[in-house]
Design a protein around this ligand. Structure first.
Ligand code: DAK
Length: 261
């Protein structure tokens, strides 16, 4: 499905099983206004119910993945208005998407843009990408997981430095910190992300979903609980036709044909 170019997000289907959701406000470096956030939530909610899409690539434009929440829209808000927006519900729709999301980051991923990238499961960054949480410089702090997801990704001391100075890090540093899965040339970011999404789309879908669910649910659980969760999910996969198919194909030395059953 495609939506008109004037939309704040554009959806593309470059490969079978792969959707690209592209932020489309390049003039303001893809600043995340409420319209964008609502559109993202709407698309991720719809795609969650569309099993034909097996992986999503979240992309921006050449200069920016997203330079943060829209400061112009936000600057005069009062606390009650901020509360009543319930933006957390919109972010939750992205976090709740059950299949893999790959962020394809070129240029700036700042503030809410960095938080959006951290909602993804895999981050592919161009060499010129910059990641940062500069909210402190405009008198606020991260509000969509920037303190918590960053902490979990890079540890306390790197996170504190980024959060308290607001200074961005380049792609190479982000890679070495564990904030980025893979760094490539800027013009290879999207092709790399789409190729990876295509690889994932060819995997057994139930196993893919279970891996995502167990990694995310397990990361904050006590280790024994998380390991039990992993074990139960793995055992459950033995009830799937795809497990039988995958192992039969291995033994018969042929390519498996997964059905998501
Ligand atoms: N908001 C609105 N407009 C933005 C923007 C932003 N975040 N970032 C850039 N723009 C606009 C600029 O105003 C400019 O517009 P015009 O002047 O052309 O009309 C255009 O994009 C190009 O930007 P620049 O001219 O500034 O471009 P430069 O290359 O010189 O600089 C830059 C690029 C990325 C260094 C600079 O634009 C910049 O510092 N941008 C702001 C970055 C920032 O502070 N981001 C954090 C915003 S606060 C919440 C959850 C999350 C949040 C809030 C609430 N809840 C759950 C309640 C998140 C907050 C944030 O992200």
């Amino acid at each position: 499905m495609s939506v008109p170019d004037k939309s704040v997000i554009v959806e593309e289907r470059p490969e079978e099983g792969v959707a690209v959701i592209r932020l489309n406000r390049p003039d303001v470096l893809n600043a995340l206004n409420m319209e964008v956030r609502r559109a993202l939530a709407e698309r991720f909610t719809a795609l969650a119910d569309d099993p034909s899409v097996k992986a999503v690539v979240l992309a921006g434009s050449e200069k920016a993945f997203a330079a943060g929440a829209d400061i112009a829209e936000m600057k005069d808000l009062g606390v009650v208005e901020q509360y009543q927006r319930h933006a957390e519900r919109l972010w939750r729709a992205i976090a709740a998407y059950p299949r893999p999301v790959i962020a394809a980051v070129r240029g700036y991923a700042l503030g809410g843009g960095c938080e959006l990238a951290m909602h993804a499961d895999i981050i592919i960054a161009g060499q010129g990408a910059q990641f940062g949480q500069p909210e402190i410089r405009v008198g606020i702090m991260p509000g969509a997981g920037g303190t918590q997801r960053l902490l979990r990704a890079v540890g306390k001391y790197k996170a504190m430095k980024m959060l308290l100075t607001g200074k961005p890090v380049g792609a190479e540093e982000a890679l070495s910190m564990g904030l980025v899965s893979e760094m490539v040339e800027d013009d290879a970011v999207e092709t790399t992300a789409i190729a990876m999404a295509k690889t994932i789309a060819g995997m057994p879908p139930i196993a893919v979903e279970q891996i995502k669910e167990v990694v995310l649910a397990g990361q904050d659980a006590p280790l024994d609980t998380a390991l039990a969760l992993e074990r139960k999910a793995m055992q459950m996969l033995f009830a799937s036709a795809d497990q039988k198919e995958g192992m039969a194909a291995f033994v018969e030395k042929r390519r498996p044909a997964y059905k998501g059953e």
